[in-house]
Design a protein. Structure first.
Length: 102
């Protein structure tokens, strides 16, 4: 939710003192920041899910299968399968990926 309040418009609608208006504005800003943090946490959780190994759902998927290029498995699960669980292509190679910052 995005709240945009035009201060000049608000002044015209409500006969408020400037100080009162500033308090309202900071409350609105605080509210908006909270919403953004919530959204960020949701996004992080979604990304964690997307990065999780599709086989064990526990470890991080960091192995790219060749030749199909899918990255859906962790190192331990990757060696236990010989077909990509997404496209069913035979795996001829496995490449460990290292993400920047991890
Ligand atoms: Zn796994
Ligand atoms: Zn695949």
């Amino acid at each position: 939710m995005l709240i945009k309040i035009n201060m000049i418009q608000l002044c015209q609608i409500l006969p408020l003192e400037k100080e009162v208006l500033y308090i309202i504005m900071s409350v609105v800003l605080l509210f908006t920041v909270d919403e953004d943090i919530e959204k960020m946490e949701e996004e992080n959780a979604r990304m964690r899910d997307e990065l999780a190994c599709k086989i064990c759902l526990e470890r991080k998927a960091d192995i790219v299968f060749l030749p199909c290029g899918h990255m859906v498995s962790c190192g331990q699960c990757a060696v236990a399968i010989d077909k990509c669980p997404i496209c069913r292509k035979k795996i001829s190679g496995r490449v460990k990926t290292i993400m920047y910052g991890t």
